[in-house]
Design a protein around this ligand. Structure first.
Ligand code: PA5
Length: 446
């Protein structure tokens, strides 16, 4: 199992303070379990791992096999929770140079997560003449960024492959009944998967939203789900507080937040984990940040960012704490080389594993940051593989659900996200927004 170490928060919040949360956290977890917490119609993720059947996974793998055999590239169209989980797992498990060395399957590309004209132009140019498929992911089926990308990709796919062949390689993952993506999939006869009503976007990585793209990328979704299932057991209601890492993580975050630490920085020492942090930021940011409350989730890639953000972390405003994800065993084995001239003076490292140097950088940074007033939580996983990522995903989801309820916010809505959309539609003159358009024009006219 993943190991959670909170001992380096002790100089800032005592072990007793955190232990004192045990009852409160159990009570909160009970409200998730019995569905009495705010947003209780979105608790489908809580027992999602244990509800996944081998038949369901077989069906996903079958669709993935079709896309892998028919396509040179597969574009995953989605934004927020409809792409970040898949992107995070695929990046974490892929060769860092997959663009150059190939993947043995289709190239996985992402779109529908921005409105960049250059991005979309360059993507569609790249796809010219290629056999490509599309996984169109949108729970609401109305998200502008995703709908825009899908319009472009559907048309191009049909033009290049013909409408019948395109049907075989376009898959929809959306609501069971509502939204443009559902209507289009039913009308065109695409293979489609349902995002359960009671699972919100940012909690949906273990539904087809994450599982299908991950399977298309060639990774082991059985192991991913197994990891999540084991974590679901490990964190089940009734487990002693100290043995439930999600409960301890949530309690520690809340104790630090209460002690004035308002920013949590998720740090990794493996560049492949960059997008895990992006997924985590969305999960925590969109779930917690409401009613004037919530930790601000930030992230750094280390040691890279020690040369950019390191100064701020060491000596800036003391409103932060750090949560480090550390991978115990890298996949490869590489030794620090010896050099005859030793101009850089680094021969004392010759023969050591590069990972040993990385680990000492991590330890040295931890000590420095704690000395500098930054509490440190450490999450260690044995290996960067599908099984451990599955554990990590469920651990973070449950930790988030618990912490939001400690804060007293509804973890499962995102009312604030509508504000920019309303203005954008008003500015673009969307029918039905006439009043907003007039109001916004007044504001913008000097
Ligand atoms: O977590 C969420 O609910 C959001 O981030 C959504 O996933 C995101 O806005 C995309 O929405 P949709 O899947 O409806 O296109």
């Amino acid at each position: 199992m993943i190991k959670l170490d909170i001992t380096k928060t002790a100089p800032f919040v005592s072990a007793e303070t955190i232990q004192a949360y045990a009852e409160r956290v159990a009570a909160v977890q009970k409200t998730l379990e019995n569905g009495t917490c705010p947003g209780n119609d979105f608790l489908g993720w809580l027992h999602l791992p244990s509800s996944i059947t081998p038949e369901f996974l077989a069906d996903i793998k079958q669709t993935a096999a079709t896309l892998r055999s028919e396509c040179d590239a597969v574009v995953v169209a989605g934004i927020g929770g409809s792409y970040l989980g898949a992107k995070a797992v695929i990046e974490a498990l892929s060769n860092s140079f997959q663009w150059l060395v190939g993947t043995g399957g289709p190239v996985i590309l992402f779109a529908g997560n921005n409105i960049g004209e250059d991005y979309l132009s360059e993507l569609t140019n790249y796809l010219k003449g290629k056999r490509f498929g599309v996984i169109n992911i949108s729970k609401s089926g109305t998200t502008t960024e995703t709908a825009l990308a899908f319009r472009l990709l559907k048309k191009q796919c049909e033009q290049q492959m013909g409408k019948d062949a395109a049907k075989k390689v376009i898959v929809a993952i959306t609501d069971a009944r509502r939204g443009a993506a559902r209507t289009c999939a039913d009308k065109e006869g695409y293979k489609s998967y349902i995002i359960p009503d009671n699972v919100g976007g940012r909690f949906s990585v273990l539904t087809p939203v994450g599982l299908l793209p991950i399977a298309v990328a060639g990774f082991d979704i059985d192991q991913l789900v197994k990891g999540a299932q084991d974590m679901e057991q490990q964190t089940a209601l009734g487990k002693p507080f100290a043995e439930n890492p999600a409960a301890v993580y949530a309690a520690t975050r809340h104790a630090l937040y209460t002690a004035g630490k308002k920013i949590e920085i998720l740090a990794n020492y493996q560049p492949k984990l960059h997008f895990m942090a992006e997924w985590w930021k969305q999960l925590y940011g969109e779930s917690e940040g409401k009613d004037g409350k919530g930790l601000f989730p930030a992230s750094v890639d280390l040691t890279t960012d020690l040369h950019s953000m390191g100064q701020w972390i060491q000596e800036g405003e003391r409103s932060i704490f750090e949560t480090v994800i550390s991978v115990e065993q890298p996949e490869h084995n590489l030794l620090f080389p010896s050099d005859e001239e030793n101009l850089d003076g680094l021969n004392f490292l010759a023969g050591k594993r590069v990972d040993q140097v990385n680990k000492m950088a991590e330890l040295g940074t931890q000590l420095a940051h704690v000395d500098g007033g930054v509490p440190n939580i450490r999450i260690a996983i044995d290996r960067l593989d599908a099984y451990h990522l599955g554990q990590l995903i469920y651990f973070f989801e449950l930790g988030c659900g618990i912490h939001c309820n400690l804060l007293g916010v509804n973890a499962f809505n995102q009312p604030g996200v509508e504000a920019y959309k309303k203005n954008m539609f008003a500015l673009l003159g969307k029918p039905g927004y006439e009043k907003e358009t007039a109001a916004i024009r007044n504001r913008l006219t000097p």
